[in-house]
Write a protein that binds this ligand. Structure first.
Ligand SMILES: [Zn+2]
Length: 52
């Protein structure tokens, strides 16, 4: 099943609060939040997966 990740950007200068990543079936196993970059500040290092 595709999974959903809740992601936050931890960079202090970024106003992004939270967003969701909805995985497609075709995503390789093991693909995590580190494969993405923040849509707001464009940085990949600040993203952090949260578990709700
Ligand atoms: Zn950001």
């Amino acid at each position: 099943m595709p999974k959903t990740l809740e992601v936050v950007c931890t960079r202090n200068d970024c106003d992004l609060d939270m967003f969701e990543l909805h995985y497609q079936y075709s995503m390789p196993d093991g693909t995590g939040v580190e494969a993405f970059s923040c849509p707001y500040c464009g940085e990949s290092g600040g993203l952090e997966e949260i578990h709700v």
